[in-house]
Design a protein around this ligand. Structure first.
Ligand code: ZN
Length: 184
């Protein structure tokens, strides 16, 4: 009699409750881990994709702004717009929209770009090495902002975009700015 009586609490009590609760616990833990992995991974992927989209958008804006500036110059015997009114003289009349001026990483600014002030009122046909001369670029300063490298804003993961006077757009870091021809 002593044997079965000792054995009874060991097997009879835990069996009806514990396995079910334990299974439920593991199931819940599994769900929680799966949820964390899914949400965490999704958030990371979402962030990367958003950054990539912003870069593409900014690059596209500068492509368009440079194209419009070159069109303006073509219609004005090679003369570039006055630096202090470039948004009003070029992007609004030629682009027919302000949307090209909004850098997606500086959405509150009505204009996220500046023009190279040293090119204001210059004749594009008389400038050498257009491919090294910044025309418009990611910058602080707002509407009609014009200046030099001091306005450059590397707001895309340490890089900013620059449209050059030949129309190509390239991402640049602050340390690259010295290699460019700001005052041709
Ligand atoms: Zn930008």
């Amino acid at each position: 009699m002593r044997g079965p009586l000792r054995a009874q609490p060991r097997y009879a009590e835990p069996l009806p409750v514990t396995p079910g609760v334990r299974r439920l616990g593991w199931y819940a833990l599994g769900l929680a881990i799966a949820g964390l992995v899914t949400c965490g991974g999704g958030a990371l992927l979402g962030f990367g994709a958003r950054e990539k989209w912003r870069k593409l958008q900014c690059r596209g804006n500068l492509d368009q702004i440079a194209l419009l500036t070159i069109m303006y110059s073509g219609d004005h015997d090679g003369w570039l717009p006055p630096a202090g009114t470039w948004c009003d003289s070029v992007v609004i009349p030629y682009g027919d929209s302000t949307r090209w001026l909004r850098c997606p990483s500086a959405r509150r600014a009505p204009c996220g770009y500046a023009s190279n002030a040293s090119l204001g009122g210059r004749n594009r046909g008389k400038i050498d090495r257009l491919e090294s001369v910044p025309l418009e670029y990611d910058a602080t300063g707002g509407w009609n902002a014009a200046g030099g490298p001091e306005l450059f804003a590397p707001r895309h993961g340490g890089y900013g975009y620059i449209a050059f006077a030949d129309g190509h757009v390239k991402q640049q870091r602050v340390k690259d700015l010295d290699t460019l021809i700001w005052n041709p």
